[in-house]
Write a protein that binds this ligand. Structure first.
Ligand code: ASP
Length: 437
């Protein structure tokens, strides 16, 4: 029985146990009250398997994305089906993105986490003194949100080999893969067969490597989460409790209500069964806080749920780069939270027009944000700049950002997976193991 439980089929449970264990170990370490130096030594050692796990996932991202898309596009029967899947996917990205942002917008206006006593607001603002928040403002100095939009321009790379060496430029790799996959279909005879086999072989071997890496997820997750919990501690949450509640409530609504509703009504799949199949991707996203690093697991778990290679290999890599519901929602909540604090401190109110601008900028910049940890902080700093709010005030939330990053990344990946299911079903795929009765 125990031996049976060790089977890869129960991987999501293994990861959950690892997660629970990391909470216990982190609590013991915090409670033990070690000196800073000892604590750093301990977390450095614990962190090693976590870094190895993330590195291994990143190692397969580029070959996997390239091969998966090339195989997928070359296998699409016609130009028409590519256009159809592409437009459905992009429309769904925008649709879920807007729903996420509006959820954040409504909750931040209802809960008003930044509407506090002036002393508390001032204390929060003062608390950023000496943190690396001003560093953040300096990093984005001279850049505007327009730079994030330029990501779309950079999607056409001037040098293929450069593009294939850049883990955070997935969009360019996607573009190259789509073009090569597409033109593979123009070849004939033995050349066509050779190139088809090349892409397919590359795909099969990277998937095999991915499956092997995923087996180490429980150890990786344990290491990553323990380190984050120890480094964050509990004290950071107190003054920001309402802010954290607002972000979590909005993410929970999106993750547990809106996305499952879309699964039921648009994909006609059973959300319990679907979440059961993709839990390993959600948990990996949670512990790595990186949609890109999670991508190999996302693709594997969608296929495990029955989504075809054709759909998953197109929708998921693109989604990991441009579809970030959790991130868009978070950007909106943070900016309005800071605006609320600013209103308390300076008395200048944020107008409805400003709020609508935040919605638009959150959607646009979330498309440009890379799928790596803390990536949205750059976008938020840029939005604060556009609205003439003090960018260094982002420092107020930095202490709790990592934990919230884990939650929003999990939401980002779940949205990609939901859209994969919707597109798959609309293309006539049965998904027998997860479909609604
Ligand atoms: N960490 C997020 C992701 O990879 C991006 C962010 O919101 O910072 O999806």
């Amino acid at each position: 029985m125990f031996k049976e439980f060790l089977n890869a089929r129960y991987l999501a449970w293994h990861i959950l146990i690892a997660l629970a264990l990391s909470i216990v170990v982190a609590a013991v370490l915090i409670w033990a009250d070690l000196s800073d130096e000892d604590l750093t030594t301990v977390t450095n050692w614990i962190g090693i398997p976590g870094t190895l796990f993330i590195n291994a996932l990143k190692m397969v991202v580029i070959p996997l994305v390239f091969a998966a898309i090339a195989v997928g596009v070359a296998g699409m029967a016609s130009q028409k089906s590519f256009g159809r899947i592409g437009s459905k996917t992009i429309a769904l990205y925008l649709f879920t993105g807007f729903i996420a942002i509006f959820t954040g917008l409504v909750l931040v206006n209802v809960i008003q986490p930044g509407n506090m006593q002036i002393e508390s607001a001032q204390a929060l603002v003062d608390s950023i003194e000496g943190t690396d928040a001003s560093d953040m403002a300096a990093r984005v100095e001279g850049r505007s949100w327009w730079d994030l939009v330029q990501i779309i321009v950079r999607a056409v790379p001037p040098n293929i080999f450069d593009a294939l060496t850049n883990n955070s430029g997935l969009l360019a790799i996607i573009f190259v893969a789509v073009v090569f996959g597409f033109f593979t279909t123009k070849l004939t005879g033995v050349v066509r067969e050779t190139i088809d086999n090349l892409w397919q072989g590359m795909y099969d071997v990277t998937i095999a490597v991915t499956l092997w890496i995923i087996r180490f997820a429980p150890i990786g997750v344990f290491a990553l989460v323990t380190v984050v919990l120890v480094n964050t501690g509990f004290a950071a949450f107190k003054p920001l409790a309402w802010f954290v509640v607002t972000v979590l409530a909005a993410l929970i609504l999106h993750f547990f209500v809106w996305l499952p509703l879309m699964q039921v009504f648009l994909a006609r799949v059973n959300p319990f069964k679907y979440y059961g199949k993709v839990a390993k991707a959600q948990l990996t996203a949670f512990s790595t806080a990186s949609s890109s690093a999670t991508l190999p697991v996302t693709i594997e778990s969608a296929q495990d749920a029955g989504v075809s290679k054709r759909v998953s290999s197109f929708v998921l890599p693109l989604g990991a780069t441009v579809n970030m519901d959790g991130t868009a929602l978070y950007e909106c909540v943070v900016v309005i939270f800071i605006a609320q604090i600013s209103a308390v401190v300076s008395g200048i109110e944020f107008t409805i027009a400003d709020q609508l601008l935040v919605v638009l900028l959150a959607l646009v910049t979330s498309i440009g944000v890379a799928g790596v940890p803390a990536a949205s902080l750059v976008a938020i700093t840029l939005i604060l700049g556009v609205l003439e709010l003090p960018a260094e005030w982002l420092g107020i939330i930095i202490a709790v950002d990592r934990i919230l990053d884990m939650c929003r990344t999990s939401t980002n990946v779940t949205s990609d997976l939901t859209i994969a299911a919707i597109v798959a079903r609309s293309e006539g795929e049965e998904l027998p193991e997860v479909r609604a009765a």
